[in-house]
Design a binder for this molecule. Structure first.
Ligand SMILES: [Cu+2]
Length: 311
């Protein structure tokens, strides 16, 4: 079919080159569409499957941009190829002395402006959509520490707990290395969850790729985002702000369950964590808290060997 196309159409050398470039780009675009997964996969090139309306819109916007970028790239590549062949010194020994062309100058100013405006409109719409929590059903407060997370449910009588990495030696079969935690964040599906993110020591970032949520955890600031998980499942994320020596060992694990299961979990969790409510101790004290024992092993004594916070 392709061969017939190239034969039947008087494409010429330039045309064939452009077609080959277009095919190569299409192949790259096709390859990046593979590799969808519920968690990070080796050699994954595209996003994890979206689990929230925000991430669905982010993926759609990304796809739109990919089309625009591909068309522009093909157009520029075609122009370059055309100029190189058509105006080669053997074909075009005497260059023209043209220095101005008002039509073309207006075109190459106005067309990019129009393209940028066309990109900016959906981009701003999406940004405001991500920013505003539509009628939050519940609130979760996330506090980042060196190097673990703690979660609080202010609507649930101050239920709160620490979430620490499960060390490699303690992993059970099927558990994911560097992604599994002892106490995951549990949320109900089909619920608008407001997430408030703050930090206790250095800047961290709460990032769950399949939710489209990435919020900086800054000391003394309460940043806000939201998500509405549409499918039950386990979602993994990472701190994605270089925060210090154990930055790679503070994963995020969110389990989305049905609303009845969430109520059941709440009952159990309130009993389980009642003995150890979230404390207001300083980061230095936290280092020696029982919940921080996992990271403490790999961490220098508080104050003494703590590396400078790299942001
Ligand atoms: Cu970090």
């Amino acid at each position: 079919m392709l061969l017939r196309l190239t034969r039947s159409m008087p494409l010429g050398r330039v045309g064939r080159a452009s077609l080959a470039a277009a095919l190569a780009l299409a192949a790259i675009a096709g390859l990046t569409a593979l590799g969808w997964a519920a968690e990070p996969q080796p050699w994954q090139m595209n996003f994890q499957p979206p689990a929230t309306p925000v991430m669905e819109r982010l993926v759609d916007f990304h796809d739109e941009l990919l089309v625009i970028i591909t068309l522009i790239t093909i157009f520029v590549l075609g122009l370059l190829a055309y100029v190189m062949v058509r105006f080669h010194h053997t074909r075009h020994p005497l260059p023209t002395r043209t220095s101005h062309n008002p039509v073309i100058e207006i075109l190459w100013t106005v067309v990019p402006v129009v393209i940028l405006v066309l990109i900016a409109i959906p981009s701003f719409k999406l940004m405001y959509y991500m920013d505003r929590v539509p009628n939050a059903d519940m609130t979760i407060k996330v506090t980042a520490h060196q190097w673990y997370w703690s979660y609080e449910y202010p609507d649930q009588g101050g239920l709160g707990f620490d979430s620490n990495l499960i060390q490699e030696k303690d992993l059970k079969p099927g558990q994911k290395r560097l992604l599994e935690v002892d106490n995951p964040l549990v949320v109900p599906v089909d619920t608008n969850v407001r997430v408030q993110v703050t930090g206790s020591d250095v800047i961290h970032s709460w990032f769950v790729p399949s939710f489209g949520v990435q919020e900086y955890a800054v000391i003394g600031r309460l940043n806000e985002s939201w998500f509405r998980v549409e499918h039950q499942g386990t979602y993994y994320g990472e701190c994605n702000q270089i925060c210090g020596v154990n930055h790679a060992f503070m994963p995020i694990n969110v389990v989305a369950v049905s609303k009845p299961d969430f109520q059941k979990w709440l009952g159990d969790a309130k009993k389980k964590f009642a003995a150890a409510p979230p404390d207001d101790s300083t980061p230095a004290e936290k280092q020696t808290a029982p919940g921080a024992a996992v990271v403490a092993a790999a961490t220098a004594q508080p104050g003494a060997g703590a590396p400078p916070a790299g942001n």
